[in-house]
Ligand binder design. Structure first.
Ligand code: NAP
Length: 564
């Protein structure tokens, strides 16, 4: 094991001493609370999959890095989202790190799609294997991040004292700030309430209870069948019906697993050439759905429905691009809902009429079937929104639905929420909140003009949430690590996105998104789920070309970044 040498290298700061007393640091480390500022080359915020790999990589390269994390352990998304049925809908052999062949050979996934407990065990295994926890400061929440132009470093305030660093890496996740709608009377509810993204660690017992679930996004689609199986009565409050395709989860076939392990290098290389950074069970097709004969269309869609998973959405090449083709595929799912759901009135309520897959596609296990259960009720709140929460339940259009517990499956302030809540202030005292007033602005989703030496892993403007997140994270972490090594070798201390490059990139992301049907729905991709949030399409469609652009920028002396 090479931990000893890594530890030694990690302690030797690449940019200066590791811990600097505020009293000795010409004022730059001193903060108003009088605490000693811990100084590091790099402070990474977040100990999910991005932060863990960033720390491992930086240590290996001899940087003095520390991670601050508000939870009491690693895992990020998979630490917080412990709701019943939580599961990744990217297949487990692909939703894992690729950076260490030993890791991918030794870890055993048990199902086609891993459940949250197994993914969290994997995160813990990674933390143990690479001894990451000794450089992670848990239960530490960042409250302010300020750029100091004189000292060319960042000051971070946390609820456990200050830090300073030449570089900060925001590994804060895309879906890490819960959205809890401000319903009138919510605080008067007499039973327990839960948000799917903040689920209690000790678990929740719904046995014999009457439960409300508010929302029908990916989290709810997974949670509803599992909660329904446990509780006495379930009432689902649906604002927008959702398309969902069967996941077809099952125990992982040992032959398939062995095959992946035997060919991991080749398959990992293939994954990053695919549009969503994952290899599908059936190859993606470039055929046009609108041109297929009825027989051919039905045969192909039935086959993909039976196979399950995201392969369904790659049956034709124009599903995300052409309204007519998209509606043909949507109609196929609508007919499936009508076949599965017995009560035509309930089926009609569950049937979406918007563009398919312009919101994040859902994969399910018995979602629509659950609404055939006699103890499961569906309340459509599209025309008459939830009026208020009463002490006894949920009130819609003057009718009170009494429940013992409320589950908010109401999503997240995605992509920007966590970053903006950290009170980040860049060059000249400009707040990130002001710079992003009209929507997030980044260059490559990696850097922000006016915010030197700050990197975002899977930030807005990068493919991130439109891909398998772990390969996207690895690509960003590798790029950032290469950049820091290049800067060190050139004795360059500051890198900053140029305003022109940032403006070009924002236009580029919008132009690419406008070629697709994505902007046609009120999705969280657009910020449309948060009242008052500026509507801008935040992720960049198109993973493989993006990777090439990033490579090209780095090779061309970080074109579009100013180096000082
Ligand atoms: P979401 O997709 O944003 O869904 C939130 C739901 O709450 C929507 O149905 C929304 O309705 C509803 N809602 C929000 N405010 C409401 C209000 N005031 N009144 C009534 N309904 C309201 O959130 P999510 O389900 O947590 O999923 C977020 C993302 O996390 C997913 O898109 C996915 O990227 C990720 N995720 C992945 C997995 C996986 O890998 N399997 C699982 C879960 C989540 P509207 O549609 O009308 O806004």
């Amino acid at each position: 094991m090479r931990l000893g040498s890594r530890a030694a290298r990690a302690r030797r700061s690449a940019f200066g001493p590791s811990v600097v007393s505020a009293a000795m640091s010409s004022g730059n480390g001193a903060r108003s609370d009088g605490h000693e500022a811990q100084a590091h080359d790099v402070v990474v915020v977040g100990a999910g999959f991005a932060g863990m790999y960033m720390l491992h990589k930086l240590r290996d390269l001899g940087f003095d890095a520390v991670v601050v994390e508000r939870a009491d352990d690693v895992g990020g998304t998979w630490y917080w989202n412990r709701y019943p049925g939580a599961r990744c809908d990217v297949e487990s052999m692909q939703y894992s790190y690729s950076f260490d062949p030993e890791l991918e050979q030794e870890w055993e996934w048990s199902e086609r799609y891993s459940g949250q407990p197994e993914i969290l065990r994997y995160a813990n295994h990674v933390a143990d294997k690479y001894d990451l926890r000794r450089d992670i400061r848990f239960e530490t929440t960042v409250t302010a991040v300020d750029w100091d132009d004189d000292a060319r470093q960042w000051h971070l305030q946390t609820d456990r004292g200050p830090y300073r660093a030449r570089f900060v890496v925001m590994a804060t996740g895309c879906l890490s700030t819960a959205n809890v709608p401000q319903f009138e009377g919510a605080e008067t509810f007499e039973g327990p309430t839960y948000h799917t993204g903040r689920w209690p660690h000790e678990g929740v017992d719904f046995d014999g209870k009457s439960v409300a679930v508010i929302g029908t996004g990916s989290s709810a689609v997974q949670a509803i069948p599992v909660i329904a199986a446990e509780c006495r009565e379930l009432t689902v409050f649906q604002r927008t019906p959702n398309y969902s395709v069967p996941a077809r989860n099952q125990p992982l076939d040992p032959i398939e697993k062995a095959d992946w392990k035997a060919n991991y290098r080749e398959l990992r290389a293939r994954m990053v050439t695919e549009p969503a950074a994952m290899v599908l069970r059936l190859p993606g097709s470039e055929d046009l759905a609108k041109e297929a004969s009825d027989d051919e269309f039905a045969r192909r869609m039935e086959q993909r429905w039976a196979v399950g998973g995201f392969t369904f959405y790659r049956a034709y090449g124009d599903i995300a691009l052409d309204a007519e083709s998209n509606d043909r595929v949507a109609e196929f799912v609508r007919r499936k809902i009508a076949e599965v759901v017995h009560d035509p009135e309930v089926a009609a309520k569950l049937t979406p009429h918007n563009t398919i897959a312009c919101k994040r596609p859902c994969l399910d296990t018995h979602y629509y079937e659950t609404f055939n259960e006699p103890h499961v009720n569906l309340v459509d709140v599209s025309a008459t929104p939830i009026e208020r929460i009463s002490p006894a339940g949920v009130v819609v259009d003057g009718t009170e639905y009494p429940v013992d517990a409320i589950v908010y499956a109401t999503g997240f302030d995605a992509m920007t929420g966590t970053l903006l809540r950290m009170n980040i202030t860049g060059r000249g005292g400009v707040r990130l909140a002001d710079h992003w007033d009209a929507g997030p602005r980044t260059y490559l989703g990696l850097g922000v003009a006016g915010f030197p030496n700050m990197f975002t892993v899977s930030g807005p403007g990068s493919p991130s949430v439109l891909t398998n997140m772990i390969p996207s994270i690895e690509q960003h972490v590798d790029w950032i690590a290469r950049c820091l090594v290049d800067l060190r070798e050139r004795s360059t201390t500051v890198i900053e996105a140029e305003p022109d490059a940032e403006a070009y990139w924002v236009d580029h992301v919008n132009a690419v998104a406008d070629l697709t049907l994505y902007p046609t729905c009120n999705s969280w991709y657009l910020g449309a789920n948060i009242p008052g949030k500026t509507r801008v399409f935040m992720p960049l469609p198109g993973f493989p070309p993006y990777v090439e652009i990033c490579e090209d920028v780095a090779s061309d002396n970080y074109r579009g970044f100013a180096l000082a």
